[in-house]
Design a protein around this ligand. Sequence first.
Ligand code: SF4
Ligand code: SF4
Ligand code: SF4
Ligand code: FES
Length: 672
Amino acid sequence: MERTEGKVRIIMDGKELLTEPGVTLLDAARKNNIPIPTLCHHPALTPWGGCRLCVVEVDGAPKLAASCVTPVRDGMNIVTSNERIIESRKAVLEFLFAERNHNCMFCPQSGECELQSLAYQMQMDHLTDSPSFQFFPTDVTSEYMVMDHNRCVLCGRCVRGCAQLAGNYVLHFQNRGPKSLIGIDLNDRREGSTCLSCGLCMQLCPTGAITSRYRSHYAVKGHERERKAVDSVCTLCGLLCPTVVTTAGNTLLKIEGQVSVGNGRPDKGQLCYRGRFDSFKEEKRLTRPLVLGKDGKWKEEQWEEAIRVASEGLKSLKEKYGGQSVVGIASSNLSNEELILFKDFSESLGLGRVDTLDGIHYRSVLSGLQSAGAGMREASWKKIAETDFVLLLGGDPWESQPVLSSLIRKGMLEKGLKAAVAGKADSCAGAGAMEIPVKPGKEILFMQGFLTSVLKTADGTTGALKGSEVLRMMQTDVEGVLDEICSSYEERRRFAEMVGAFLDAKDPLVIGAPSITEEPEAVRLAADISMVKGFIERDILRLILLKSSGNSAGSWHLGIPSLVNRENDRGWEGGVLLLGGVAEPRPLPVFLNDLKFLVVVSPFQLEELAGKAHVLLPRPRWIENEGTFTSLDGRESVFAGKTLEPPEGVRDARRILMELARGCGSPLGGKG
Ligand code: SF4
Ligand code: SF4
Ligand code: SF4
Ligand code: FES
């Protein structure tokens, strides 16, 4: 048969096809729109060849071949469907149904289960043999997911996904024969395991064996044809992970990562426990404007009246005490468009202080980096996939940027990445991170000791570190520091091990948790440590600073937080607090307690606002909103689309600001 340059020629169902060498028969069929059923196969995972639903006939051989693991060969003649093949697939399917309890009526996955769909496709309307299944306990020990081994077809997609994509290696096949099940560490339940609750196994599971505790049964939420899946972005942290959001009517059904298509990011489409589940456990919604009455009770008001009360309140404060007495605080979870409008609003009203809830971090970062050396930039978070050593200051990124934890863990287990943690190693400890549980407030001491030890051990090598900083550090009493931060000989030994590993590293990174960015000196020391190993290139530091809100980098870039730290100021008379579309980190700033008049724009009725706020104005939550967000490292600007309509009675935050400004007699852009 004629061979075209670099291509492989095959015949599939009588059609001549040219394919790339090395692809599987399944790949070739899918590329040419020839349907072959699959179950254990998933395009984001390595082929496994376990279920044999994808069998095809090759060159008329008596043994059918699993197309998902059989590579193309020049001149191959493949039949993808005939009586023998269909019988074989049906037999496999019947075994699967007979082996476990697949009573679809009572399964939460019914309606979007791949096993069920295959049964429909193959018109399987009865079992030839009696079911032979035994009962397995259902694991409900996780806050997020239910694991029902009775629905498991042992396809291994969860096992491969947890290892190959999440890098967590928690799942494995346990027991043999009919007792086989998917084990979690050495258990058959999630409780007490090292599972990170990222939910990737649940997304990859083709049946109802792993389901969300937050997702509703399809029968309640509508048939498949009523569902809508929209590509979007998780804006809960600055990693801005791409998502697919599925809704039915205006109800959120699930949020998944874009694993199937790959996304060119090192995380390969993962989501974390926050991105996947947090939106299902939001707090009590605010759906009508509320105004605090003279009797101290909240009263629902029409929008016009609530805006009038809010504007009058702010206006009278301005008249009595001047615009300088009013403060404007925004969340860094707002989109860039909302932040820009908030800035205009604050300027238009001549507010005395404009800040963000994470303003203290912004000021520390600015001042800390300036002390370390002007004009330097942070590294991209994507660099984590290439580094050979990470120093995690203030704990691992499990709480602030959970997918980064996953990348670090994966690097440790697969590529020999070394991780040293000063603080809590929530997710990296099990993968062999060197950990010293430095207590909050002692991080600066740790960094001083670490930097000085590095300089003393490095034999005169100081990298890009300024000479004045070297001299400053040489004053540190390392022994005294170790007495303060280490509680055992073992921890002192680990400290020395961390210093050695940092010095040996070729391409290290220093990662500072949000607790580090509360103090300029801590930021300066983190930058100093990173500079001992030089820059990544030109002015790019070997430093990543984690940020507490989804658009911290955006609000900092726009310069929203005040440069002057007046966190403990008293003397403000009133204010406007513009919250983002997510559950904000608590506590809210204490000075809000003392204001004579406070207008709050929020999607939720936060309990801590009782006794502080005087007018509450409802805004959409993040999935009901759209706008651009800036990535953690400030390098990308990503548009997050709206996936749900907000409840009736809720108004867009930008519209609220425009109306407030107009009510205060300071219309935005002169138009209002
Ligand atoms: S939730 Fe994530 S970490 Fe836990 S078992 Fe599933 S894939 Fe692995
Ligand atoms: S739990 Fe789901 S993904 Fe894992 S082996 Fe069972 S059926 Fe497959
Ligand atoms: S890591 Fe951040 S952006 Fe990604 S899913 Fe989690 S919260 Fe969302
Ligand atoms: S899909 Fe090919 S063997 Fe399972």
